[in-house]
Ligand binder design. Sequence first.
Ligand SMILES: [Zn+2]
Length: 466
Amino acid sequence: MGQAKRTTKIYFNFAERNQGGANTGKREYLYLTKNILNEARAFYIDFFLAHSSKLEEKVTYYSEKHKKFKERKLTSNELLTWAESLTVSTEDHPTPLEGWNFSEKFPGMPVVYRRSVIKDAIGKARSHLSNYRNWEESGKKKGKPGLPGSNNHPTLYKGTIKLELEKFDRQDNFVSILVYNGRGWEWVNYPVKFSPWQEKRLTKFSWENKSPRLILREKTAELHVTQEKSVEARKVEESKKNPNLITIGIDLNVKNLAVITVRKNGVIIKTVFVTDGGLDYHRYLHMKLVSKHQWLSGKPVKGESSNKLLWGHVRRMNDYYAHMVSRRIVEVCLEIRRIYPGAEIVILFERLRKIKPKGSKSRILNRKQANQLKGKIIKFTRYKAYYLGIVTVEVNPYGTSRYCSRCGHKGERFSLVKGERVKMRGGKLFYCPHCKYLVNADFNASVNTHHSFYGEFHWQPKKKAA
Ligand SMILES: [Zn+2]
């Protein structure tokens, strides 16, 4: 059993007023709310760092399981209660600790918001202290951890948002949010855009919706709803023992973005090539421009985003292709399930290597982007397949492109240049001198991921000398 996670987004409608968008005043409240929550979080981060001994304080308790007294640190709920008793004025404690009067600084802040920033602050302060301790123990001069930042996307817990999904229709949808208007707190309705597709995702019974996060950008605002679901998935080592296990091996490359091979009972039963449709060359041209800009303006200045628009475009392009390829891989899984209902499937990728690209600056940049794309494809496939209870494994990449997938001997790679065989690294074709196998090199590598997974041929664990 495991937890599958996904995020569904709801977009605020910031169109013109006469087109049903939120007015600018209401829009401003969202930013004010985020800011005041950041300030409140900063207040409590300072508070906990000023009282760091409390974070380390230990209490003894009796463990029923171990039948003895044990020590533990204070829980975050205990710390929260303690912090509130010192900083918030109540009837019982009318005067908070001097210099730490939260009620005076943030009058009227709703309890739910206050508690959420306290919880955030505890986490941030604790992780800062442990980073700091590690740094001190390491004895290094460099890398002193800085103070924790206080900016977060606000999480809208129950009591700060009214999101009644069942009542949503496709025309006029609103969410009510408890926001700060610069003077006090009030409930405000915001128009949101909601497609049938999102509706389906958010109201599906099998997914549990977590509290949404408010993501504010320059011109847009979104609610991100994390959804969780328990899925049945076996451990890979157990699956490996299943003689009818179907493995889906994937070789990720540059021009052939993915070569997908499906193996059942030792036989490759399906192959799919996903090509990049010119992405690599397209991106290369952009990288050429980026390196030219950097050359013209001297060294890239840290924090300066001279090529911001271009990088944004490249990133979105990579994301698009990563989703496209991972979707295709999952579709192959679904096709296999249709043919073999109930079959157990495992997806295999090569573990990504660290790359040290050579050549021109633009080529280096482009290779790095291609490698990032591979990482994204693996990441997206992993979570998309997991919904279906399919586990993704990264296998040892050693030799997948150099050894013969038919007999396991070392082969050579070459490309055809004017009809002549020219041996080269990264050649398009693979030839095995032992069994005379001639094949597309990416296909050969894809078939080898299955061998690597099962430890066949040269991937067999080395026998110890007797
Ligand atoms: Zn061979």
